[in-house]
Design a protein around this ligand. Structure first.
Ligand SMILES: Nc1ncnc2c1ncn2[C@@H]1O[C@H](COP(=O)(O)OP(=O)(O)O)[C@@H](O)[C@H]1O
Ligand SMILES: [Mg+2]
Length: 275
């Protein structure tokens, strides 16, 4: 069974002389992250920290750079500048060249769940979940399969191990996607609008699995428009617009009492689309 990462990170429980309990060291630190596509400056000096075991929700209008932040954490996009640290793996994108090895090492720290259509269509559910551990991480197949069955149980799909993606509903496919991302034993889980391509009645089953992961202590960065989910589970909410983080704070601070007009307008639009 995959260990909850909470057990492997420092708890930071030592308190310094008479003060409150010390905050744990961040699992993830991002500083000065910048990325352009041609002349389009998509990320402009993004800074944030992620505490171990915390749920971090990234919201903002379409095109604000949310996906690019996740892809930079997962090294699917190579940032132009800035430093990304996940656990004890740190890549300074300002130091060129960034090597393939650095990219691969950073990528291995996080599992990513995409909007849709990311399972291998020609592989069974079980093979989809074991592909990373067996092919990329060269782990022993019987052990990887046993762990994959555990993960499928975790997402409620133990009985679908031999099915193919086309035989599953969209919600089931997303749950397999979550099991597949967990299978590489990442330190961090990244979710890019994992429910936005689903029929409304299938959204809940995916959010329930994500809440279970949060309860188990997984560290998560989630891009989503599911504001109710964010209110229930987010420890930190980051509001992005135009490639910068405009507001950050607790769910209550950012979602209930936004300080900026941009955040207020955005929340108003997604909560009352017809207004
Ligand atoms: N591979 C790419 N090539 C060119 N432009 C891109 C690429 N990926 C993203 N962009 C541009 O970057 C901006 C931010 O995109 P994205 O990070 O996907 O925003 P969001 O996820 O907030 O909608 C958009 O203007 C988008 O068109
Ligand atoms: Mg996006």
């Amino acid at each position: 069974m995959t260990e909850s990462p909470r057990s492997t990170t420092s708890t930071g429980s030592a308190s310094s002389a008479g003060s409150a309990v010390r905050q744990p060291d961040p699992l993830v630190s991002v500083s000065g992250l910048a990325k352009s596509f041609g002349s389009n400056e998509v990320l402009r000096s993004i800074d944030f920290d992620v505490a171990p075991g915390s749920v971090n929700v990234l919201i903002g209008p379409s095109g604000s750079g949310k996906t690019t932040v996740l892809r930079s954490l997962n090294a699917l996009d190579v940032a132009d500048a800035g430093v990304v640290r996940i656990g004890d793996v740190e890549v300074d994108f300002g130091q060129r060249p960034v090597t393939k090895r650095q990219v691969a090492t950073l990528r291995a720290q996080s599992g990513m769940v995409f909007q849709s259509h990311h399972l291998f269509p020609h592989l069974s559910v079980l093979e989809n979940v074991t592909a990373g551990p067996v092919l990329a991480q060269r782990r022993n197949r019987p052990e990887a399969e046993a762990e994959a069955r555990e993960l499928l149980r975790l997402v409620g799909l133990e009985e679908k191990a031999d099915a193919y993606p086309y035989q599953l509903s969209g919600g089931q496919q997303q749950r397999v996607g979550i099991a597949r991302a967990l299978a590489i034993r990442p330190q961090l889980m990244l979710f890019d609008e994992p429910t936005s391509a689903l029929d409304p009645e299938l959204v809940g089953e995916v959010l329930t699995v994500m809440k279970d992961l949060a309860t188990q202590g997984w560290t998560m960065v989630v891009v989503t428009h599911e504001i109710r989910f964010a209110r229930q589970v987010a420890d930190q909410v980051l509001f992005m617009d135009g490639g910068v983080i405009v507001e950050r704070g607790t769910a209550d601070e950012v979602l209930t009492r936004p300080r900026t007009e941009r955040a207020r307008q955005f929340l108003h639009r997604i909560l009352d689309p017809l207004d």
